[in-house]
Design a protein around this ligand. Structure first.
Ligand SMILES: [Zn+2]
Length: 477
């Protein structure tokens, strides 16, 4: 008898900590993992970067961390959690941040108190306003995945990832079309709060500014577990990084960074108490060293960018000199950290510390909100009058012009952006070339010809211009 019990106990111990295969949810493989006694983590998918929901059994009831983008998943997860923990007294839900793949399923826990940073509410409202665009994007993504599968060029893992994305996209579209009313947090906080659950205390810290403006750290003190949401990881478990892939200083206000640093530092100081770091998606892992190295990186950026501005460096000089390679060689290739994020961080801090207005952002907002007709002309007038107020580059203006021309199919609007680009960069052959293309798209071939000639005059090596001139010569005959 004793012997048999020992075998069972050993077997259970061996199983604990393993990701159990628990059937499927909506055709996606279900995974359940015990992180510690009374702490489980649940997710779907073998390859996609899906949200991992965690649940902690406490004296005051079950505390759930995050929901997913598909409430059907959360309904299934709730049952799985109850079964795993052997109880069903759900008491609290905590959202790590406001992204919809962490809040869409909140309604499944409408009977609980839902706790989050105060900015989660506005983020949830913002994503509600984007529903139409999301349906379009998801529909296009399904086609992209299908095309890739049909190409026969995917590895088995890539094929699984594509198939799983199609399921997720399909469910997301179905969910968006049902236009559900969001379930907002019922209790929010600004700086920090403690949730006392008897045998476990949850310390919640504002940590916005690198992933979203609403991120928090959640430290389950007696469990020794720190939940870090989508802010970071330092090891990938799959080739589809997803949400954790962009560590950058880009979504906070200047006043947020000191708070983020203070809270992060406080947790680093208590590093000995933290036994496990748990990111918000299952396919990234985080170590104590990764947690610290990202803090050091953030600290360096926050100090060095303003110092470079003080020293009179231009934005372009900073981007050229302050590279990952040169300044943080140990982080090159580290998950979530790359040249793009580095550039975003420098740009964001540059804008904050110089007080300049980003023209790229202003144009992007106009395209997104469909306010180009009303807002572009006054912006253009102000830019030409007060240049130093604005942050812009030729490449940025060119890119926005092409978004209008090729993606938005609005040649008349694109023409105005390229016209401004030419006014700001009168010696640029490329400004004439881009403008010519928009003019051609509006139907004025003789004018397009003139502009291409000017572009080639400025740069005889402009092969695109030479080709267009030949084409227009035939068309104008
Ligand atoms: Zn996120």
């Amino acid at each position: 008898m004793l012997h048999r019990m020992f075998v069972v106990a050993a077997l259970l111990a061996a199983l604990a900590g393993l990701a159990g295969a628990g059937g499927t949810v909506e055709g996606l493989p279900l995974h359940v993992k015990q992180l510690a006694p009374g702490v489980v983590r649940v997710w779907v998918g073998d390859q996609i970067s899906s949200t991992a929901v965690c649940a902690i059994a406490t004296q005051k009831g079950i505390v759930v961390i995050d929901t997913t983008d598909i409430p059907k998943f959360d309904q299934a997860f709730r049952q799985v959690i109850a079964k795993e923990l052997g109880r069903s007294d759900f008491k609290y839900l905590i959202n790590t941040h406001g992204h919809q793949d962490h809040t869409n399923g909140n309604g499944v826990y409408a009977d609980c108190q839902i706790i989050a940073h105060e900015r989660v509410v506005e983020m949830m409202k913002e994503s509600q306003g984007n529903v139409a665009r999301q349906i379009t994007w998801r529909t296009e993504d399904i086609q992209r995945q299908k095309d890739q599968i049909a190409s026969g060029k995917l590895t088995p893992a890539q094929k699984t990832a594509a198939e799983e994305r199609i399921i997720l996209d399909t469910l997301s579209i179905e969910h968006a079309k049902s236009a559900p009313a969001p379930t907002f947090p019922t209790k929010t906080f600004t700086d920090k709060m403690t949730l006392d659950c008897g045998d476990v205390a949850f310390e919640l810290y504002q940590a916005g500014g690198t992933h979203t403006k609403s991120d928090i750290f959640i430290f389950a003190r007696q469990k020794g577990i720190l939940f870090t949401g989508d802010m970071m990881c330092d090891k990938w478990l799959t080739d589809t990084p997803g949400c954790l892939a962009t560590f950058a200083v880009h979504t906070g206000e200047v006043a947020d960074y000191p708070v983020l640093v203070r809270h992060w530092q406080a947790l680093l100081d208590r590093g000995g108490e933290i036994q496990m770091y748990v990111p918000g998606h299952w396919n990234g892992e985080l170590s104590a060293a990764g947690f610290r190295s990202r803090f050091d990186y953030l600290q360096a950026l926050l100090a060095d960018v303003p110092a470079m501005i003080q020293a009179g460096k231009t934005f372009d000089q900073m981007v050229a000199e302050y590279t990952l390679q040169a300044k943080f060689p140990q982080l090159v290739g580290s998950p979530g950290i790359g040249p793009n994020g580095q550039r975003i961080s420098i740009e964001h801090l540059y804008l904050i510390h110089t007080g300049k207005i980003s023209m790229g952002q202003a144009l992007w907002d106009m395209i997104r909100d469909d306010t180009f007709a009303a807002k572009f002309t006054p912006l253009r007038a102000d830019v030409l009058k007060n240049r130093s107020k604005y942050f812009f580059s030729e490449a940025q203006l060119n890119a926005m012009g092409y978004v209008l021309l090729n993606e938005q199919k609005k040649p008349a609007d694109a023409l105005q952006v390229f016209e401004l680009m030419r006014e700001l960069y009168p010696e640029s052959w490329n400004a004439y070339d881009s403008l010519a293309e928009a003019v051609y798209a509006t139907g004025d071939k003789p004018k397009a010809m003139k502009l291409y000639r000017k572009s080639v005059e400025l740069n005889p090596k402009n092969e695109n211009g030479v080709k267009w001139i030949a084409k227009l010569e035939t068309e104008l005959k």
